[in-house]
Design a protein around this ligand. Structure first.
Ligand code: PLP
Length: 446
């Protein structure tokens, strides 16, 4: 069966392009007894499966329909790292694992907030002392921390997101019950403020003209647009949040990709941010820890709720109640990341991915596309010709070039008309993908 036919059959089976493939009870309901528990209505509001499994599902459908193409597939899709963990960092993981086999080195549960020396090293090495170690909460990753942040805020808050944005902010807001239903026409949830970030506004929202929200999620360098906000832009963001009494949740998961001088790597480089912002961060993209799992969130002492209570204390309550500390093995790896040798290894890894991003950007520009990002970020955001749908382009490239990309619309309605390419693939496959993309996507009609 042709891929296009397979996909249209799948889509026809559901009115919703995102609907996960369900193992329905049809025909067997008499054999199964259902519970008497009402489904959480917030989950019914979710427009469908999470974006990345959906991409995997479409890729698998293509392979099933075209098995002879399976070995040709190149993934520039999900932002997963591919390069091995460098030697010094790896030795941190190995040594801390080995210690567990000795009487003296064994440790059980650790502090829920993370090892004291790792918290201190994060504060010293990555924040140059502008935050205190007691404000660092070590975790199993930024994605999980975003949900914990949502648990702190609860269902009663309003949320603002960049549009397009990393889907976790919107999906967790829906799960928490902060939103209404999705509006099928606009593809936006009621009660979320979508802040358009496109080439028309240099990928920075016109925040003065946006409605107020309690919680503002902001990611820089951005996934998916690759835009890294300037100091002036972040000053503006902090100022507006302060004036409006909003809390800014800053996602800095791609901070080490910033190479342009003067572009802030942390929101705490901005004056006044300590009273307004918290920051989620991660070793995932720093050191290839996507599978290892290690991140952290900074919650400054000065960040308070309307009643004067500290956000930090409630975040600490969530961490101590619903989390039991990051793995002690992995935290050993985190400590090694922040040694001088580890930091040098991280720099080399990031250089490698940035070179990939440059190659992808140049390839798409050479065939006439406007391309954004890819300089201080591992994502290249390609503008498609007017009227071209990003999901259609995704399918077309998969079919013609066997390259997996991510349609911009998967990151929110503001991403329609763009395609995200990830630079995390190995170099040889990036080079091959560039030549296939040039062939499959050129020339662009003026
Ligand atoms: N934040 C952003 C913006 C991301 O793109 C990602 C992963 O792709 C994460 C957070 C997840 O980080 P972690 O692997 O630490 O959960």
């Amino acid at each position: 069966m042709k891929f296009a036919t397979a996909v249209s059959l799948m889509l026809a089976a559901s009115a919703n392009a995102f609907a996960p493939v369900l193992n329905t009870n049809a025909g067997t309901s008499s054999a199964l007894s259902m519970s008497k528990v009402e489904r959480n209505p917030n989950f019914a509001k979710l427009a469908g499966g999470y974006l990345f499994p959906e991409i995997g599902r479409r890729r698998n459908a293509y392979i099933e329909a075209n098995p002879e193409m399976a070995s040709r597939i190149i993934s520039l899709g999900i932002g997963d790292t591919t390069q091995p963990i460098p030697e010094h960092i790896l030795s941190g993981l190995v040594n801390s694992a080995s210690k567990l086999g000795t009487k003296e080195g064994y440790s059980g549960y650790g502090a829920e907030q993370g090892m004291a020396d790792l918290r201190k090293k994060i504060a010293d090495k990555l924040y140059n002392g502008i935050i205190k170690d007691s404000e660092v909460f070590v975790s199993d990753g930024a994605k999980c921390d975003i949900m914990r942040v949502q648990q702190v805020f609860g269902p009663g808050v309003t949320t603002a997101v960049q549009d397009p944005s990393y889907p976790v902010y919107v999906d967790t807001s829906v799960m928490m019950g902060q939103t209404g239903n999705i509006n099928e026409a606009t593809k936006q949830y009621d009660n979320i403020v979508y802040m358009p970030c496109t080439d028309k506004n240099d990928f920075f929202p016109d925040i003065d003209n946006m409605p107020r929200a309690d919680i503002v999620y902001f990611c820089s360098p951005n996934n998916p647009t690759g835009a890294a906000a300037t100091k002036e832009q972040l000053e503006k963001l902090v100022k507006v949040c302060k004036e409006r009494g909003s809390i800014l949740v800053f996602d800095a998961a791609y901070a080490p990709f910033i190479r342009s001088p003067g572009v802030p790597k942390s929101i705490f480089e901005i004056e006044g941010a300590r009273e307004v912002a918290m920051e989620c961060n991660s070793f995932s993209k720093y050191a290839g820890f996507t599978g290892v799992r290690l991140g952290w969130t900074v919650v400054p002492d000065e960040l308070t709720f309307a009643d004067g209570s500290k956000v930090r204390d409630d975040f600490n309550r969530v961490m101590t109640t619903a989390f039991n500390g990051a793995s002690n093995i992995v935290q050993g790896g985190g400590l090694a990341c922040l040694d001088d040798e580890g930091l040098a290894e991280i720099d080399a890894l990031i250089d490698y991915y940035l070179e990939n991003a440059k190659l992808l950007k140049e390839a798409m520009e050479s065939i006439g596309y406007s391309v954004y990002g890819g300089a201080d970020a591992p994502y290249v955001f390609v503008k498609l010709p007017e009227g071209k749908s990003s999901w259609d382009t995704f399918s077309e490239i998969l079919e013609k070039a066997q390259v997996v990309t991510i349609p911009g619309a998967g990151f929110g309605p503001g991403g329609e008309g763009y395609l995200r390419l990830s630079a995390f693939a190995p170099r040889d496959t990036v080079i091959e993908a560039c030549s296939r993309l040039k062939e499959a996507m050129a020339p662009v009609a003026a």
